[in-house]
Design a protein around this ligand. Structure first.
Ligand code: FAD
Length: 281
């Protein structure tokens, strides 16, 4: 499959990239190309011009700012997955990224591209929501910050406007324990369902649990019924099983990969495994 005709530009600065996107409503940012180019090949996207943001220096941050891990949108997924700083400050991210496609995909795909693409089965989107991350975006009217909870609005749709560029993700570093698990047909496939867990403890009991499911609907989503089971109790095999059972109210879509019952079963298993990682951490 070949894409429809398109123009290509590679601006030298973020300001120029924003200007180019604002000038043409059919222009699209190109980052790692691992989602956009297949979509063009399948004629699901027909941008007039690709604005290549893959090498913009403004998108290359990978640093700690007090209690926040800052990762530039242009950082490759594989770079974040293997970075010592990420391993030390935000282990959930590395665990989640390991499940994104194959390492060849992660070597090209970017952190910002995955968040902006907003696939309902995206591991990174689930991790960002579980970690209560924020993203910074820049458009022609300036810079703004969006909490992950307000970023993913529908399948493959975020709250960014067409001319805004996601420039960095900011992840709190707060010592919470975390886990990530997913169930897929084969290693490297998109998950049937998965779960990210971030849990804070006080006096041996769960003070705050954030559980996020992926692959179970239009967007990655908090599993609030399961969270409610955990808050205030000790995390043991019994409470983990109860939390996993409480995900039964999820309403996954029916598609040719799996029916809702299969996805619900996969979600239950993923929640159980993610929480076991938390309890063993
Ligand atoms: P691109 O493909 O370049 O762009 C994707 C979209 O985001 C485009 O609409 C683009 O305009 C927009 N965009 C990109 N960057 C920005 C930005 N900074 N600001 C605003 N908009 C932006 N993903 C998973 O999550 N899990 C998987 O298991 C998985 N498996 C895969 C398997 C295969 C075989 C392939 C080809 C891809 C897979 N992916 C998977 C997708 C992969 O993670 C992509 O890298 C990611 O979804 C998009 O990142 P990208 O940098 O390649 O973005």
């Amino acid at each position: 499959m070949k894409p429809p005709p398109f123009d290509y530009v590679r601006p030298d600065s973020l300001a120029e990239a924003v200007r180019l996107l604002a000038a043409d409503e059919d222009a699209k940012a190109l980052a790692g190309g691992q989602s956009l180019l297949p979509m063009m090949n399948f004629r699901l996207a027909r941008p007039s011009v690709l604005v290549d943001i893959g090498r913009l220096p403004e998108l290359s941050a990978l640093r700690r700012e007090d209690d926040v891990l800052v990762i530039g949108a242009g950082v490759r997924q594989r770079t974040a997955e293997t970075a010592q700083l990420v391993r030390e400050t935000c282990p959930l991210l590395g665990r989640a990224l390991r499940h994104v496609g194959h390492h060849q995909i992660r070597s090209r795909g970017t952190i910002g591209g995955s968040l902006a693409h907003a696939d309902p089965a995206a591991e990174l989107c689930a991790a960002a929501l579980a970690l209560d991350a924020e993203v910074v975006v820049t458009g022609s009217s300036g810079r703004r910050t969006i909490p992950a909870a307000e970023l993913f609005v529908a399948p493959y749709q975020t709250s960014l406007s067409e001319e805004e560029i996601l420039t960095e993700v900011r992840l709190p570093i707060d010592g919470a324990r975390s886990g990530f698990a997913e169930i897929s047909g084969r290693s490297g496939d998109f998950a049937l369902a998965g779960a990210a867990a971030v849990v804070r403890f006080e006096d041996g009991r769960v003070a705050d649990a954030r559980l996020v499911g992926l692959g179970i609907g239009g967007t990655v989503q908090r599993l609030t019924d399961a969270e409610a089971v955990l808050n205030g109790v000790a995390l043991d095999d019994g409470t983990i099983d109860s939390a996993a059972e409480a995900t039964g109210s999820a309403t996954p879509t029916d598609d040719f990969h799996a029916d809702p019952a299969t996805r619900r079963a996969a979600l239950r298993a993923a929640v159980q495994r993610a929480l076991k990682q938390v309890s063993n951490a």
